[in-house]
Design a protein around this ligand. Sequence first.
Ligand code: HEC
Length: 276
Amino acid sequence: MNYGALIFLVGFIGLASSWFGLVLAPQLQLGRQPITKIQGGNDPYPSRRPGLAEQGLQVYRANGCVSCHSQQVQQSGTVFDVVMTELGTNQPAVVAALAKLDSKLTGASLSSLPQDVVRGVNKLQADEVNAAFKDTGAKVAVQIRPVGPDMDWGWGRRATVAADFLQDSPVMPGSQRLGPDLANVGVRKPDVNWHLVHLYAPKSVVPDSTMPPYRFLFEKRKIDRHASPDALQLTGEAAPEAGYEIVPTAEAKALAAYLASLRADVPLFEAPMTAK
Ligand code: HEC
């Protein structure tokens, strides 16, 4: 008997069903939502990096920055702060409630709000403090704050999550930390010129820096009548001799744009915090 058709059919069904299971189903489940939403709003996150910054990611990758820098802020937990935003009209009641709570905030300091009533408590305690002001007319807000060593370093306000990398290809989370975490460096250092000078001569802006200079991303040029508008403002040892200027290449500019675009500072469902 000739089983050709049957063998073909069995093979076809086998391949087709694995295609459905391994390709089509994941695409339907995940492939259509390349972005997530900022918590408390409808704004999509993350937005695409500007074109120059997208090119900068490739420069970052090509130069091995990832061997010294991570881009993933870790968090060890969350705490709550209770903040008074408005005093209301019944000040004595507010002062009495504060005294009962043993808060650092007292009647004398109520003139300039918002101020913290308590900081770093757990949810239960925060809710209790919140409830203590219920009938005083004052407005208080319970704020959620991620904590951990990385927050103490000032590297970010919340943990980095997978969604932060959705627009990047390849992703550069890194694992080594010879230098600071860069997940949020665009918030700390928004100035592109700072990054350019730092890349050219790290020690000229951070005197005890051990980061290697990336001079090959710059060109030394003889000044021909007019100085270039792009020329770096360098001082001290980093400055070139008179009559010369240091100009960033397209790669350096892209890299600096990328660094300035590194910001993970919005609250997400999977990484809640209270936005400032
Ligand atoms: C050998 C390790 C090393 C390599 C490689 C390295 N860095 Fe650094 N980087 C450091 C150190 C250490 C610091 C902290 C001192 C300083 O600010 O210069 C630093 C600081 C920085 C900062 C400032 C961060 C802040 O919070 O102020 C940026 C931005 C930066 N590096 C970007 C880069 C880029 C981009 C590259 C690749 C072109 C790179 N680094 C390669 C070690 C390194």
